[in-house]
Design a protein around this ligand. Sequence first.
Ligand code: IDP
Ligand code: MG
Length: 155
Amino acid sequence: MPKGSITERTYIMVKPDGVQRGLVGEIMARFEKRGYKLIALKMRTADEALLKKHYCDLVEKPFFPSLLSFMTSGPVVSMVWEGLDAVKQGRQMLGETNPLASKPGSIRGDFCIDMGKNICHGSDSVESAENEIALWFTPEEVLKYDQTRAAHIYE
Ligand code: IDP
Ligand code: MG
């Protein structure tokens, strides 16, 4: 078995621009193909109260009002992916906050140009992942099941 935890979890969200642009399947496919296990999935239009909690570290930023109106403008797709180094690998797969700094091959590096429309969210630490998962899902919505292909993904 690998050194790290294969039950590390990250919160990944396709933002309203990603949903509108038809990138939900593309983003999910990348995590599936990489080997991660999908353990929660939901679509909804988030309200301001939820987003103020989700982005609590950004509420004082000058761009926060536009971030809020963008994020409440339409449905988002929320997911929890589980597997080795899910948080760090998830961030690598997403790319940098600024698409200009995002390498081709990353989601942002392949599909977007503007920081305010960067199509996806991924937790930045294991601690924030656990907080975000608890914010966007009830405990019952986060599933436990065996990934039968795990023996082909992990040593
Ligand atoms: P992250 O999404 O890569 O974790 P954060 O710093 O947590 O980046 O910011 C959350 C989101 O707020 C970003 O994904 C982006 O959509 C938006 N954002 C961050 N910084 C700026 C900015 O300077 N201008 C406009 N939007 C920003
Ligand atoms: Mg962030």
